[in-house]
Design a protein around this ligand. Sequence first.
Ligand code: HEM
Length: 130
Amino acid sequence: MPSYKLYKMLHLGAIVLICMTTAGLAFHAWLGGTKESAGGARKALLALHGVGMLLAFVGGMGAGAQTGAISSEHGFQSWVHIKIALWFALGALPALPYRSPRLAASLFVVVPLLVAFAAWVAGGFLPLTR
Ligand code: HEM
């Protein structure tokens, strides 16, 4: 059985993979690239994004189970629902860049904010100052 540490490493590594693949697509689209001109590289990034989504889910659920935030007895703690919604949002990211170069550029601000928010939500909305 993997430890909490291993699940969290998997979770965070996978989030980085999701962000990198999204950034690759976004940068190409920002420069005026199209799906057609991206060719096989786009397919490779989409496949890696999918791997990242799977591993982020497994790592997040595993880490949540290890801390007791997810259990068969008590279900999901409230913050886990928000994380799952964020996970769906990350899943939709590759559909955005080729819609417009402006949208593609905005992802370089939106995605880090999304990840920062997810980090705050993780483990249950702890205070930001003390
Ligand atoms: C299936 C959905 C998800 C689940 C079940 C989940 C679960 C978790 C758990 C259990 C932790 C460790 C919390 C702790 O140490 O107390 C964590 C940390 C983290 N998660 Fe997620 N997560 C999910 C989705 C996401 C998404 C979509 C993102 C990014 C947008 C994300 C970003 C992070 C970050 C940055 C941390 C490190 C912050 C910290 O541990 O204090 N997670 N997540």
